[in-house]
Design a binder for this molecule. Sequence first.
Ligand code: SAM
Length: 245
Amino acid sequence: MENADFLAFCEEIQAVFAENGMAALLTPTACEQLYRLTVHMLAENQRYNLTAITDRSGIILRHYADSLLCARYLAPGTRLLDVGCGAGFPSLPLAICRPDLSITALDATEKRVHYVAGCAELLSLSNVQTVCARAEDYAKGEARESFDCVTARAVANLRTLAELCIPYVRVGGSFLAMKAKSAEEELAAAQAGIGTLGCRLEKKEEILLSGGGESLCRTALIFKKHKPTPENYPRPYARMLKKPL
Ligand code: SAM
């Protein structure tokens, strides 16, 4: 692939990844796949209503680099669940840049799941599976307590998110929440509920992401699961919202 648009994309993504200590994630194959994903996402955006971010710099920083912030917390071979994957974030950049991971991308919206499955096929990503379901329903089946790590980006506040995600984490595994702002407040409100679900906070790390003259603050919250989640969780979604844990 040699066209001018591809070369400009490579130059910019290499600079942003280097600036954020992610250069090792960007192999030549990953760079080409992220470019192909960008072209495909923009072409399908109208049909699937995938993203409001449509400029190259925004996509590189706010979708790709941001999605890949969690890569540093994932051991080789991790079985990861992405709850509420939407247009495939963080699952698709992670699958591209970390082929060792085995990723399940779950969303309640059929159109988005169909799009993510199409991306995985287009890019020959054999490490991505898709599931169309509501997270609170799918957790009642075999997937319960079967993942090494569960993450989610921009899906719900921490109290609700914990109830959607933690039931899927195996004992000894982790729940990884990447939060933009208000991590402190959300954490204080969610701590007791997270304990009830079987997890405790293991690590909290603030990360500054920058590129193209823009900076984003992120807080990584890593919770370790030390006991099984009681059977009555997750509750129906309306109940979670009405009476948060
Ligand atoms: N994670 C993506 C991202 O960062 O771009 C998408 C974020 S989008 C704002 C939230 C997504 O979560 C939507 O695609 C929605 O369908 C999904 N979602 C919300 N609640 C859900 C639930 N209970 N079960 C499954 N998917 C859910």
